[in-house]
Design a protein around this ligand. Structure first.
Ligand SMILES: Cc1cc2nc3c(=O)[nH]c(=O)nc-3n(C[C@H](O)[C@H](O)[C@H](O)COP(=O)(O)OP(=O)(O)OC[C@H]3O[C@@H](n4cnc5c(N)ncnc54)[C@H](O)[C@@H]3O)c2cc1C
Ligand code: FES
Ligand code: FES
Length: 1365
């Protein structure tokens, strides 16, 4: 069959939310996400969000329902709309978040509970969460907690830390939500009664389940009967969809498929599109024809045979998972070893959305080295049933990797029909292993499949297969090793030889993703060792006398870490009984937009309807780190379809460079580029696709300039810094060093961090058409600077630029100056073209262009006494600022001011340098220098502990601020609440008894170790100068009594508008429902300061209160006259008396100052305190870890909204876990960022949060400086994530102590599995290092870690002469 013979294009028929769609010109290149958002009905369905476009974040999750006429079954499954071609939806029903429920119809219980359990903050991930939970409930109305947690593995949230989302989920689960264990003799549900402090009553309820509507499955949308009829009655025929560039062919029989493949051998078969889709989107691969074989029965067969299973190649991985799960329950154990091993990999392969669409055949045939299935299927002797016009044949799956590159066994005309998976035999053992940067939903670093068959009744190896993935470009087999070992006994000698042979045979080049070769090699042998232990233990069941199994202390390593739904408790001070029931202050009020987040009705920038004539903008960025621009050739780009114009620096009417500090911030590069990712020019076109296609055609010629400075070391070498450098000195450091008992010196490197706000940077600039006015809708936390930058770039007064922000889908410091530059790009384009211009950065561009948290090196020298008292610290901090100053000097300053964390250091000297490099400019990020400098401090605290032999908590206690004291810059502080937090955390976490239990566990377990750590925190609040904390509000009362409130703060998930409405409600003494917040805008509140530094509620709350009090003062005479009247009566009367019903409120800001010359001042207004205790367990063989438990106690004053504040603490804490243990930015030696999406850059997912998670707010804490005695809470919790870092360090220490390794060792951040593994040196790491030393290693390292968290070279000389067993 050829295209010539093809009929014209078909009508694509499917349903969306119960409505029939007939698409006459379906474009095979169109994914469902863009179709829903841009094309559908007259209304765009914008509830489904773009977060990454590559299947990695789950923001675009929808439910797909299909009908199978043979079985008459309807299948509902979740899928990522961003990878789902619309042509694949023929005959399917799509449900989006809008179809689940809405405020106009009925809010669905999933939506309601997610909102009411406080499961949304910025709300951008929420529709995706709703859809994952909803789909699960459609299939399992009373799911188990295991099913629930699995359903969310593919959904990322950057704000909440997942706990409240899981709380909502638990309300649907059948099982009890109790912690199941009685820690301290108590269950989490019993605790509340005991929480009545002597004086204070505390509460543990953030929501009430009584309010929830029941889940009623009968209320759901039914599967469209028309689609059922279509499916049952219409004969299946081949479908053709012809697009502008691509044709989609969906045959219905194997014969047709073989014809098509013969005619178009290069055309890929697309089933789930999870491999082809990302290649086309991100790697520029194009296919003019694709063949979709999913409807062919032969490719969907499920056949049980006497000796195994045959599964069609188009079976989804979820279906394979279900089939294998059933088979395991039905067959005797002996026969199911292969099935179990395959299932093991399927559990963590991708998220559910991926497994639901990705096909078995696709995973096998794409032959990626990262396939989790190929190693285990190959090792298990699985067979492939292939077919082509030339005939059918069956080959061992392992043959497809036989050439080492995996590309010559299957001919282009051949297709995979099905896969045969055999039963295991008596005496046969099969296992599969994987280690990934995150336990779930992450491609593996290395994986393996292994199988051994013994001579009957013996441990003599009859057959052995070992396959690895992730190692080189395809799956590889340790063939020689296996051959050599046949006939050997399964014992330690065999193991030793096997490891050496494997290391020799499996050649591993460095990988672009940057994992160290040595780590992969260590995994390769560690996996085999694990297999060795597993088999040894299994042999025991055969003959316990001959095969005694493995020692008790080795057994725990046979258990993989499992993700469980966490148990959690939140404790906060209850409101006074005397408080009016209407007064919302202090109550856990739901986020004002919670329900709208959950229904998808909350509007973000890219959800705004298109403006007439609107253009889309795509940026063209530099591919060189430091170079002269020789020429820009736009000719090809301008010829592209729909291209309107190209915008360069020459089109900027006025300011292209902004000087806020030492060096310019630049809109468009002019003449030269200073980092990879700098914006050189921009294309505007009639669609985002056309704009992006044209942008790729702009040719820029460069002449490389020297030097190219990328790292902190290179900056130091070239003396490349932003000015001023800062220094603080206190006491007499040099003298103190002469009197101390001990001195340690060290260094820690802390990697940068990507903000990974779920909504990428977005702008819509709309020229009004008169007086040079322009509306700028932008996702920013600082509208005033957007207005200022846009006005300056256009050369118009600020009063012509109206900047509007309704809400922001997460910011964390990343949407300040960078958003201003991007808004200027869009505004310049809008000005030039006189058209509205929309700029929505792709995730990849956002990560490439906008910078993040500063990579940091802290060098320290610490002098202390033998009793643990620290007398002197001399430190130098270097931060990698990138190519422009942004806030780098400020970040360096703050890192100095906050470096003491919770400790009184009598003699202290510290320098901070902001390095100027050729990386994208780094910027503000939650915590602003504190998370790095306090980690340095806590690192030398543990160093002092190691040296003195005292415990880290003792050193912490000894040196902690104790009474009214002064900081190192002479600011007074009262540390009473710091000590209370510490003591309460000690008590609540049962620290000492758990430490004993950890030690006990460690004695009994060799390959698994636990660690526990408790870390205190003092977090100073302040912005350094008064003018930065001024704020204003505007309150209007309308004659119907309703109130419109606005202020200068930005809602980016932190619940500021909710809190401001609470404030206004208390002040005006009216219900919250009477008060509305519309948007933050430069037209209503001018010159507002940025929403940064945890200060939003403090300062805007004061302004709102001021405005409300002004109004109330005006109303007072009327109220006095008619005290029994209602609010509406008084307002009516006020209007009639010509009393103004509109007022502004103002707050002048905090009196803060810092004199850097003198090194003293009052840069902060008050201090927050906290402490966190975390416990972890590590797997010494892989470096993997599990967060077992965290207890946090925080002093945040009197919480205005405990649900919001606890949400901030938890969210920040989990972001801190990301910073300190997982999130790793990787660059090429040329300065190109590799990690440009969720597939390469791992933020914490649901599997990463502690299994037990408790947060308590310190009661009876007063703060005279902030509204209602509260404290600003947005940032502080992030640093508490370091308790996990130090718990990991504790676990590693225990490994090293047991093995007699060197006591002093350094760990860098993030403390990834790779580093943990390298620090737990053993015979395997020794083997790898010995071998590596022998090998001549290529010097051209492919990847550079700019925050080199170089794993420690294990001190192999001090290894004990340990045995492997
Ligand atoms: C976010 C994300 C996370 C992922 N995580 C993991 C992971 O943790 N572990 C892992 O192993 N994989 C992972 N994957 C990869 C995923 O499992 C594979 O992409 C998927 O299995 C491929 O199946 P598909 O149906 O989507 O393939 P498609 O993209 O539709 O096709 C893939 C290729 O296979 C060929 N092909 C498909 N079927 C046949 C056939 N019957 N005969 C001949 N050729 C055929 C096609 O021609 C095409 O070249 C992930 C992917 C994504 C996007
Ligand atoms: S946008 Fe589809 S998974 Fe991220
Ligand atoms: S609420 Fe989940 S990303 Fe913001």
């Amino acid at each position: 069959m050829s295209l010539q013979g093809a009929a014209g294009t078909e009508e694509l028929i499917f349903y969306v939310n119960g409505r029939k769609i007939v698409e006459k010109n379906a474009n095979p290149e169109q994914m469902l996400l863009s179709y829903l958002r841009k094309r559908l009905f007259s209304v765009r369905l914008t509830g489904t969000k773009y977060g990454c476009g590559g299947g990695g974040c789950g923001a675009c999750t929808v439910m797909i329902s299909t009908y199978e006429p043979a079985s008459k079954k309807i299948r509902h499954y979740s899928a990522n709309a961003c990878l789902l071609p619309i042509c694949s939806l023929y005959g399917a029903a799509v449900t989006t978040v809008e179809g689940v429920g809405s405020t106009k119809t009925r809010v669905h219980p999933v939506q309601e509970r997610l909102a009411k359990c406080h499961g949304s903050q910025c709300g951008f991930c929420t529709p995706g969460m709703v859809m994952s939970i909803y789909t699960l409930l459609r299939n399992h109305p009373e799911p188990t907690s295991e099913q629930m947690i699995a359903a969310l593995a593919g959904n990322l949230c950057r704000c909440t830390g997942y706990r409240p989302i899981l709380d909502a989920c638990k309300t649907f689960c059948k099982e009890s939500v109790c912690c199941q264990r009685k820690a301290n003799g108590k269950c989490c549900l019993d605790q509340e009664d005991d929480l009545f402090d002597k004086e204070e009553k505390v509460s543990t309820r953030l929501f009430s389940t009584d309010e929830f509507q029941p889940l009623d499955p009968t209320q759901e949308l039914i599967f469209p009967p028309e689609l059922m009829r279509m499916s049952e009655n219409q004969p299946k025929r081949t479908l053709f969809f012809h697009g502008e560039r691509m044709t989609w062919i969906s045959p219905v029989s194997l014969d047709e498929l073989l014809d098509l493949k013969a005619a178009h051998p290069k055309a890929p078969l697309v089933v789930g599109n999870t491999s082809v889709g990302p290649e086309m989107k991100f790697r520029g691969v194009f296919h003019p024809i694709v063949i979709a074989p999913a409807r062919i029965p032969d490719l969907n067969v499920v056949k049980r045979m006497d000796d195994g299973l045959t599964l069609g190649a188009a079976c989804s991985l979820s279906l394979v998972k279900d089939i294998l799960t059933n088979a395991i329950s039905e067959y005797p154990e002996e026969k199911t070893k292969v099935f179990c091993a395959v299932l093991q990999q399927l559990r963590t392969l991708g998220g559910e959305q991926i497994r639901n669409v990705a096909s078995l055949g696709g995973n096998i045939i794409s032959r990626k080295s990262t396939s989790d299935l190929n190693p285990v299927l190959a090792a298990s002797n699985c067979m492939l049933n292939l077919a082509s016009r030339g005939g059918k044949r069956q080959i061992p799956l392992s043959d497809i990797f036989a050439d080492g590159v995996g590309n010559n066994t299957i001919t282009p005309e051949e297709i995979l029909v099905s896969v045969y998976i055999p039963h295991s035999r008596k005496g046969e053992y099969v296992s599969a292993f994987r280690q990934a940067p995150r336990r779930e939903n992450a491609l593996p670093i290395t994986n393996a499949g292994m199988r051994v068959l013994f001579e009957e009744g013996t441990d003599l190896i009859k057959d052995l297969s070992i396959f690895y993935g992730g190692a080189v470009s395809t799956t590889v087999c340790a063939k020689q090793t296996c051959r050599t070992l046949i006939g050997r006994h399964w014992n330690e000698q065999m193991l030793d030889e096997a490891c050496r042979l494997i290391l020799k045979e499996i050649a591993l080049p460095g990988s672009p993703s940057g994992e160290k070769v040595d780590y992969k090699k260590t995994l390769v042998v560690s996996f085999f060792y694990r297999f060795f232990l597993e088999v040894l233990q299994s042999l025991r069941t055969m003959d316990p006398c001959r095969y005694p199994g493995i020692p008790m202390e080795y057994r725990s390593v046979l258990q993989d870490f499992k993700t469980k739904i966490p148990q959690s408790i939140q404790i906060y001070q209850d409101i006074e009984p005397s408080q009016s029931p209407q007064d919302p202050v202090g109550r856990p009020i739901m986020h004002q937009s919670g329900i709208k987040h959950a229904t998808g009705e909350a509007v973000y920038i890219d959800d705004l309807p298109s403006v007439d004539g609107e253009l889309f903008l795509a940026v063209v960025t530099s591919s060189r780190a430091h170079a002269k621009i020789v020429s820009i050739d736009t000719s090809e780009a301008l010829k592209g379809p729909g291209v309107f114009d190209i915008i360069t620096a020459h089109d900027v009417p006025a300011t292209n460079e902004f000087y806020y500090s030492d060096g310019p911030e630049i809109i468009f590069a002019r003449n030269k580029v200073i980092c990879v990712g700098q914006i050189v020019c921009a294309v505007v076109a009639d669609s985002d696709i056309h704009a992006k296609e044209a942008a790729a055609k702009v040719k820029i010629e460069y002449e490389v300039l020297e030097p190219v400075i990328l790292t902190i070391e290179e900056a130091i070498k070239h003396n490349s810094f932003f000015e001023p450098k800062r220094k603080l000195e206190h006491g007499n450091v040099d003298q103190a060093f002469e009197t101390v008992d001990n001195i340690i010196e060290g260094e820690i490197r802390i990697g940068g961090q990507e903000h990974f706000y779920m909504e990428t940077q977005s702008v819509l600039a709309v020229p009004i058409g008169e007086d040079k006015e322009m509306d700028v809708y932008v996702s920013t936390q600082h509208p005033a600077i957007i207005q200022e930058m846009v006005a300056a770039s256009l050369g118009v007064p600020a009063n012509r630029i109206m900047c509007h922000v309704k809400r922001v889908g997460g910011a964390f410091g990343g949407k300040l100056l960078k958003a201003g530059l991007l808004a200027s790009v869009a505004a310049v384009a809008a000005n030039k073209t006189s058209r509205a211009v929309r700029l929505i950065l792709s995730r990849g561009d956002d990560m490439l262009i906008t910078g993040g948290r500063h990579p940091f090196i802290g060098k320290y020298k610490v002098g202390f006494m033998n009793d643990g008292r620290i007398r002197a610290v001399d430190a130098k901090y270097y931060i990698n600022g990138g190519c422009t100053p942004d806030d780098s000097v400020l970040v360096a300053e703050v890192s100095l001011l906050k470096m003491d964390n919770a400790y009184k250091i009598p003699n202290l000297r510290c320098w901070a340098y902001a390095c100027k490099t050729n990386l994208p400019s780094n910027t503000a990020f939650r915590g602003f220098g504190f998370p790095q400098s306090a980690l340095v401090t806590e690192t030398w605290i543990t160093g002092v502990a190691d040296k003195t032999g005292l415990s880290p908590e003792k050193i912490r206690e000894i040196n902690m601020y104790k009474e009214n004291e002064q900081t190192h810059f002479k600011q007074k502080l009262d540390p009473q609440n710091l000590i209370r937090c510490w003591n309460e955390c000690m008590e609540k976490s049962a620290y000492y008894s758990r430490k004993t239990a950890v030690n006990e566990f460690n004695k009994q377990n060799y390959w698994k170790k636990k660690g526990i750590a408790i870390v205190p925190m003092k977090f100073p609040f302040g912005l350094g100068t008064r003018y930065l904390s001024q704020a204003a509000a505007l309150v209007h009362i309308y004659t119907d009594g309703s109130v419109l409130l606005t202020h200068g703060g930005i809602e980016m998930g932190q619940g500021i508008h909710t809190k401001m409405i609470q404030v206004a409600s208390r002040e005006l003494n009216i219900p919250m429902s009477c008060i509305h917040f519309c948007e933050t805008s430069t037209t209503t509140v001018p010159n507002a300061c940025a929403s940064v530094g945890s200060a939003g509620t403090d300062v805007n709350g004061m302004a709102v209160k001021d405005a409300c009090q002004t109004l109330l003062k005006r109303l007072q005479p009327i109220i006095n006259k008619n005290p029994k009247g209602t609010w509406n009566d008084w307002i009516k009367e006020a209007f009639e008396q010509s009393v103004s019903l509109s007022a502004t409120g103002y707050f002048r800001g905090y009196n803060e100052n810092m004199d850097w010359e003198k090194g003293e001042g009052q840069p902060f207004t008050y201090f927050l305190y906290g402490a966190a205790c975390s416990e972890v367990e590590i797997n010494c063989l892989t470096g993997d870890h599990k967060n077992l438990r965290t207890d946090i106690v925080m002093d945040i004053g009197y919480s205005i909204n405990p649900a919001v504040d606890i949400g901030q603490i938890e969210g920040a804490f989990v972001q801190g876990i990301g910073l300190y243990t997982m999130e790793e930015l990787k660059y090429s030696p040329e300065g190109v960022l590799y990690t440009r999406g969720p597939d390469q850059y791992k933020i914490p997912a649901v599997c990463d949060i502690p299994e037990q998670f408790s947060v308590s707010l310190l009661s009876s804490s007063q703060n005279p400086y902030a509204i209602y005695s509260s404290k600003g809470i947005g940032e502080a919790g992030l640093f508490l994530g370091s308790s996990v870092f130090f718990a990991l360090r504790d676990a590693v220490t225990s490994v090293r102590n047991e093995r007699g390794l060197k006591k002093t060792f350094a760990l860098n951040s993030p403390l990834t599995a790779e580093q943990i593994r390298a620090s737990c040196a053993d015979d395997f790491t020794e083997m790898v290092i010995r071998r590596s030393l022998r090998e001549v290693r290529s010097t051209s390292a492919e990847t550079m870690l700019l925050h080199p968290c170089v794993p420690l070279t294990p001190v192999i000389t001090d290894l004990p002469s340990s045995h492997l067993l």
